[in-house]
Design a protein around this ligand. Structure first.
Ligand code: NAD
Ligand code: UD1
Length: 337
C-alpha cells in the first residue's frame, strides 16, 4: 500500500512517515516546503533505512496532485499540508483560507479523479472553541474563534459533505490536541521558524540558551496553579494514531476522532517536567494572559480507544525527554546537518 502524505516534511508529517515505513507502507511526501526543510527526508532515511519518495508541489495544484497520485499508485492520502499559526491567520486570512480550505478541496477533487478513496485529515482541537464541558468529546459543538480554527472546521465540513456525494471519499478526521516531543532518536523534531508561538518549543529554546526566559501567559486562571491546562500528546503516539486511522478508513464514511491523552497538564507542571528532563532550571516570568487563550481543555480519548484501538502510550516525562533530546542534538534545528 502506498500512502501520499501531504505536508509530510513537517513536524507531524515526518513522524507519520517514520511510523508508516516501520509499518511496511510505501510513502510519498507531497510538500511545497514552505514550512519545512528538505534535510528532514535524509533524517527519515537515517531512522528507517528507507527514504520516502518526494514530490515538491502545492496542495492547491490539482494537476500536480493527479499526476503524483497516479504515478505512485497511491491508495490513500494523509492530509497535513496547511498553515497553522493562529496569529498569522488573523493578519493573512486570505492565505489561510486558500491553503487550508481551497487546498483541501483541490486534494479531494484530485482524489475523486484518480479513484483514491481514503483520506485521513489533520484537524485540531481548536475547532471546539470554549468548552461547555470537559473532557471534550467529539460531539461537542464547534465554535472556533480564530480564522485558523474556522479553516479547519470548514475543511472538516467539505470533506464530510464529499463523503456523502456521488463520488464519495472515506474520511477520517483526526482532531489533534497539543502534539509535542520528537522521535526518540532525536533526528527529527519540531523546528519552528523565528520565535516559537507554542509552549514546548519555547521552553526548549530557553533550555538550550537561545531565549532568555519563558513568559507564562496568565497565572490567574481558574486552575489549581492558575496557569493554562492542555492535553499534550507525544508526536510519536499521534503518528501511530494515523496508522490506526488508515486501517479504519473504509469501515465508515466519516469518522471524527480526538487524538489526545485525556489528561491535562498546566504550564508550570510542564516547565517542572522539562527542567527534570534537561537538568537545568527554566527561568520564567509571569505575563498577562494571551488573547484568545482558554483556561483549560483536554480530550475525551474514549472514541479513539473504542474505534481506532488507539491510546497514547507516552506521558509528560517522555514528551519532555524527547523534546530535549531533539533540541540538544540540533540546537539550530535542521540547519545542524
Ligand atoms: P508543519 O508546518 O510543520 O507542517 C506542515 C507542512 O505542510 C510543511 O512541511 C509545509 O511545508 C507544508 N505545506 C504547507 N502549505 C502547503 C501547501 N499549500 N502545499 C504543500 N505543502 C504545504 O505543521 P505540523 O505541526 O506538522 O502540522 C501538520 C498539520 O496538523 C497542519 O495541518 C496543522 O494545522 C495540523 N495541526 C497541527 C497541530 C500542532 O500543534 N502541530 C495541532 C493541530 C493540528
Ligand atoms: C495553540 C493554538 C491552537 C493550536 C495549538 C497547536 C493559540 C491561541 N492557539 O494552542 O489553535 O491548535 O496551539 O498545538 O495560539 N504558553 C505560555 N507561554 C508561551 C506559550 C504558551 O505560557 O510562550 C501557554 C499558553 O497560554 C497555554 C499553554 O501554554 O496555556 C499552551 O500554549 P500553546 O502551546 O501555544 O498551545 P495552545 O494555546 O493550546
Amino acid at each position: 500500500m502506498t500512502v501520499m502524505i501531504t505536508g509530510g516534511a513537517g513536524f507531524v508529517g515526518s513522524h507519520i512517515c517514520v511510523e508508516l515505513i516501520h509499518a511496511g507502507r510505501k510513502v510519498v511526501v507531497y510538500d511545497n516546503f514552505c514550512n519545512s526543510h528538505p534535510e528532514v527526508i535524509n533524517r527519515i532515511r537515517r531512522i528507517t533505512g528507507t527514504a520516502p519518495e518526494v514530490v515538491r508541489g502545492d496542495v492547491r495544484d490539482v494537476e500536480a496532485l493527479i499526476s503524483a497520485l497516479s504515478a505512485h499508485g497511491c491508495s490513500a492520502v494523509i492530509h497535513l499540508a496547511g498553515l497553522k499559526s493562529v496569529a498569522d491567520s488573523v493578519s493573512k486570512s486570505t492565505e489561510y483560507y486558500d491553503c487550508n480550505v481551497v487546498g483541501t478541496l483541490r486534494l479531494a477533487q484530485a482524489m475523486q479523479q484518480t479513484g483514491v478513496r481514503n483520506i485521513v485529515f489533520s484537524s485540531s482541537a481548536t475547532v471546539y472553541g470554549e468548552p461547555d464541558m470537559l473532557p471534550l468529546r467529539e460531539d461537542h459543538k464547534l465554535a472556533p474563534f480564530s480564522p485558523y480554527g474556522r479553516t479547519k472546521m470548514q475543511a472538516e465540513e467539505l470533506l464530510s459533505d464529499i463523503a456523502q456525494s456521488q463520488s464519495p471519499l472515506n474520511v477520517v478526521i483526526l482532531r489533534y490536541f497539543n502534539p509535542v516531543g520528537s522521535h526518540e532518536s532525536g533526528l527529527i523534531g519540531e523546528d519552528p521558524n523565528g520565535i516559537p508561538n507554542n509552549l514546548m518549543p519555547y521552553i526548549s529554546r530557553v533550555a538550550i540558551g537561545r531565549l532568555p526566559v519563558l513568559n507564562v501567559y496568565g497565572n490567574d486562571y481558574p486552575t489549581p496553579d492558575g496557569t493554562g491546562i492542555r492535553d499534550y500528546v507525544h508526536v510519536a503516539d499521534l503518528a501511530a494514531g494515523h496508522v490506526a486511522a488508515l486501517d479504519c478508513a473504509d469501515k465508515q464514511r466519516v469518522l471524527k476522532v480526538n487524538l489526545g491523552t485525556g489528561r491535562g497538564t498546566s504550564v508550570l507542571e510542564l516547565v517542572d517536567a522539562y527542567a527534570g528532563a534537561c537538568g537545568k532550571t527554566i527561568p520564567i516570568t509571569f505575563a498577562p494572559r494571551r488573547a484568545g487563550d482558554i483556561a483549560s481543555y483536554y480530550a475525551s480519548a474514549e472514541l479513539a480507544a473504542n474505534v481506532l484501538g488507539w491510546h497514547a502510550k507516552r506521558g509528560i516525562a517522555e514528551m519532555c525527554r524527547d523534546a530535549w533530546n531533539w533540541q540538544r542534538k540540533n540546537p539550530n534545528g535542521y540547519l545542524d546537518q
